[in-house]
Structures are given as C-alpha cells and as structure tokens.
Design a protein around this ligand. Structure first.
Ligand code: NAD
Ligand code: WQD
Length: 340
C-alpha cells in the first residue's frame, strides 16, 4: 500500500512543488488549503506536471478542527507535511494576531486532530528567520535563536510546541525544517512562485522586472559588511526544498521525538550577484538602483547544511544558474502567474 501524505498549504509555492515530488515517488497525496495565498489552478498544474492526480484536495482552513477531522476520517493519513501559514515578515508586524492565529493556532488545531486520529508523523515548515540577526555564519542548528519579528516568532513558538508535544507523546516523530531562501520553479514552467501584489522577496521581484511588469529593482542597501555591500542569502532551489521534504518523510522513522534541520545549500549569494545571474539566465537587463536598507534586514544568512547531509546522505543539487533559469521560464511562460 502506498503511503498517504496530507499536505497542508499544498497549493502554495513550496507545497505545490512538494506535491509533485511526492506523486512522482508513488505517494498518495491529500491537500488541505484555503487558498488565502494561492490559486486553486495550482492544483490542476500539480496533476499535469506529475502526470498523476492528487488523491483529494480540500478547500479547508487548517484552523477548522471539524473540517480537518472529516479529512482525517476520509483518508488513512500516514504522515503530514504542514506548510499552511502566513509568511510575510512586514505583514506580520501589521497583523500580528492573524499570524499567531493562523501559524500557531493552525498548528495546534492540526496537532489535536492528528492526535485524535493516531497520526504521529509530521514534517513542519520552519524558517531560517528563527535565527534573527545572526552574529556568526554559517548557521548550524545549534546557533542561537533570536527571532526579530512576529512571523519568525510564530515559527519558533511552533517548534517549541512541537518539542513539548514530543516530550509528552513519546511515539511522535517530528522533523522541523528551517528553510533558508527558497526560489526558482519547476523546470517544466507550469509551477512556480506567484505572489499576490508587489513581491516582498527579491527573486520574484527581479523576475517581474525582467518580464517588464516592474520598472526596476530597489536594492536595499549596499553598505553591509559583505563583499559587495549588499545582503547575502542562502538561496535554495524550490525543487531541492521539495525533494528535501520527500526525503524527510522517508526518514521520519529514523527516530522518535523532535529533530530540527537547516535546509539550505551552504552557499551565500549577494543581491548584486543574484541580479547578474538572473540577467545572464534571462538575457534581459535588470535595471536597479540602490536605496536605503530595509528595516529589519540582516547582512548575511547562510546555512551550515552539513547536519542534513550526514543524517540523510542527501544534499541539494541545483545551483544559482538553475534557480534563475527556472524562475525565468515560469515568469516568461506565465507573465501573470496563475491568472489566466
Ligand atoms: P505560500 O503562501 O505560497 O504557501 C502557503 C499556503 O498555505 C498557501 O497556499 C495558503 O493559501 C495556505 N494557507 C495559509 N493559511 C492557511 C490556512 N489557515 N488554512 C489552509 N491553508 C492555508 O508560502 P510558501 O513559500 O510555499 O511557504 C510554505 C511554508 O514554508 C510556510 O509555512 C512558510 O512560513 C515556510 N517558509 C517559507 C519560506 C519562503 O521564503 N518561501 C522560507 C522559510 C519558511
Ligand atoms: C533577500 C535579500 C534584501 C527585496 C525572507 C523572510 C524569511 C524567509 C525567507 C520565510 C535581502 C534584498 C529584497 C527587494 C532587495 N521566509 N532585497 N530588494 O528577507 O532574506 O527572507 O524570505 O520564512 O523569513 O524574511 O528574503 O527575498 O526579501 O530578501 O534588495 O526588493 O534581497 O535586502 O538582502 P529575506 P528577501
């Protein structure tokens, strides 16, 4: 019998790519998503890209315990991957209650329904933002955590809740993955990142400049203590993030309890290096101008990715050129994202 994985937030950027990866490896996949930040069209594209349909998809809010219980009653769920959350840092400062409600409340609702249905295996989306303004890079899983905004605090709170649950339910198996900066798209050009409104993140912004939807990129500061003065991040291809989740599901039974891993490449890239790589991949000019630093930004966030490599014998495979090439292909083929 193939395993059934319930994917919350499965229509979103990382969730949709992970669904394709799971389908390609024979899993039955059930999606729960209320589409607050995604299009139901992503679900059609998942089936098309994977060449196999999802087992089921529910337009359901993870905070709705009753509706969630019906999903668990209808499927024998072997494992859950929990992506559903709000994720915009600035928005979290403006709407903290919504962030705590969805991210922390949604995780609690999910955990209680999992418990009622004896589902004990969970992969949780955490974030490099839990490290805050890091003093020493690369960051290992033992680096100090010091989140600097409500979004990041919701992720750290969820990690702490999960650790407490694991201490109580000793047969629970939880993997919390702290992703660094996921970017790129599926190479077939059907699935990608489709942010609503003006993109907060640099890669979708650059892609929209390249395709002519925006005039120029604002580079937030060139006076950081980095080689070219612009912010350095650990960009990771979303296909590697998706693969990492499938591999995580395969390793859930390695141990009981709560385990935390970074999901990054270990390579830092500056904003100007990213712009140059995107221009090269797309053959387009990326006009930019340097403006003030964005409040709350940090100079450099790069993962020490060795723990995951040692635990799972797995590393990321795709470089910056592939990230830009695939993000560009999606942008060029879908200039308005999933909107028809
Ligand atoms: P996304 O917004 O594209 O996907 C999240 C999905 O969850 C969306 O489809 C949204 O509609 C859904 N959702 C939100 N609230 C919901 C609710 N109450 N009930 C049901 N569905 C709900 O974001 P993403 O980039 O794919 O991120 C996925 C996860 O990874 C999030 O938990 C995010 O915090 C985490 N993460 C993302 C990044 C990043 O840079 N993209 C980095 C680190 C961690
Ligand atoms: C990257 C670099 C900016 C936009 C965010 C979240 C983090 C995690 C990943 C969820 C920085 C610069 C950006 C622009 C720019 N998400 N930049 N012009 O801030 O590293 O991380 O996504 O967990 O929690 O904070 O990503 O893509 O916004 O910025 O110059 O228009 O690009 O200053 O150096 P960030 P980002």
């Amino acid at each position: 019998m193939p395993e059934t994985v319930l994917v919350t937030g499965g229509a979103g950027f990382i969730g949709s790519h992970t669904c394709v990866e799971l389908l390609a490896h024979g899993y039955e996949v059930v999606v729960v998503d209320n589409h607050v930040n995604s299009s139901p069209r992503a679900l059609e594209r998942i089936a098309k890209t994977a060449g196999r349909p999802l087992t089921a998809a529910y337009d359901t809010d993870v905070r709705d315990r009753g509706a969630l219980a019906e999903v668990f009653a209808a499927h024998r769920v072997d494992a859950v991957i929990h992506f559903a959350a709000h994720k915009a840092v600035g928005d979290s400062v403006a709407r903290p209650v919504e962030y705590y409600d969805t991210n922390v409340g949604g995780t609690c609702a999910l955990l209680s329904v999992m418990h009622e249905h004896d589902v004990r295996r969970l992969v949780f989306s955490s974030s490099c933002s839990v490290y805050g303004d890091a003093q020493n890079v690369p960051l290992t899983e033992h680096s100090p955590v010091a989140p600097t905004n409500p979004y990041a605090r919701t992720k750290l709170m969820c990690e702490r809740i999960l650790a407490d649950v694991c201490a109580h339910l000793t047969d629970m198996k939880v993997l919390a993955l702290r992703y660094f900066n996921p970017v790129g798209a599926h190479p077939d050009g059907l699935l990608g990142e489709d942010p609503h409104g003006v993109p907060d993140n640099v890669m979708p912004y650059v892609a929209q400049v390249a395709v002519g939807r925006r005039e120029r990129l604002s580079v937030f500061g060139d006076d950081y203590p980095t080689p070219d003065g612009t912010g350095v991040r650990d960009y990771i291809h979303v296909m590697d993030v998706a693969e990492g989740h499938r591999v995580a599901v395969e390793h859930l039974d390695d141990d009981t309890g709560m385990r935390v891993f970074n999901l990054g490449t270990g390579t830092g890239t500056s904003v100007l290096e990213l712009v140059a790589a995107f221009a090269e991949a797309s053959g387009r000019d990326i006009p930019y101008r340097v403006v003030d630093r964005r409040p709350g930004d940090v100079a450099e966030l790069v993962a020490d990715a060795s723990a995951v490599a040692a635990a799972w014998n797995w590393t990321t495979a795709r470089d910056l050129a592939a990230m830009c090439r695939d993000a560009w292909r999606f942008q060029e083929l879908n200039p308005r994202g999933y909107a028809r």
